[in-house]
Write a new protein. Sequence first.
Length: 148
Amino acid sequence: MILNEKLSEALALLAAIAPSAQAVGTVFSPWVELAEVDRILAIIQVGTFGALATVDASIAQAQDNKGTNAKAIGAGKAVALTAAMGNDVQATINVAAIELDAANGYGFVQLGLSVGVAATETAALILGGSSRYEPASSFNAASVVETA
């Protein structure tokens, strides 16, 4: 444990799905390469659900940043949220690089958020940890404009 390391240096903010009143349908994060981090944590946030709405989130893997041969990673890499759970909820999905199909050239991941039934407030982040080089924050997405 490095006592003088900030948590913002130990984690990389790799990608985001901006907060929005997401219409019915699916939005995706950019494809994220797992070359510099060994683990990711997707954090899914739901504000106010539309009436009877659902929000499904899942992580897919691909061979490049264009989504070539995209496919599911495996069991447990998806969550399902419903309006019955109440508003202002969060969910997380953990993925380790070792879970990808590296033998067939898979090294990229993407988060998909699917809203069903009615528009719902959503947002999501993909954090990277266990970086191969420090600080992990040097791999932050270009959208990270300030750290205090």
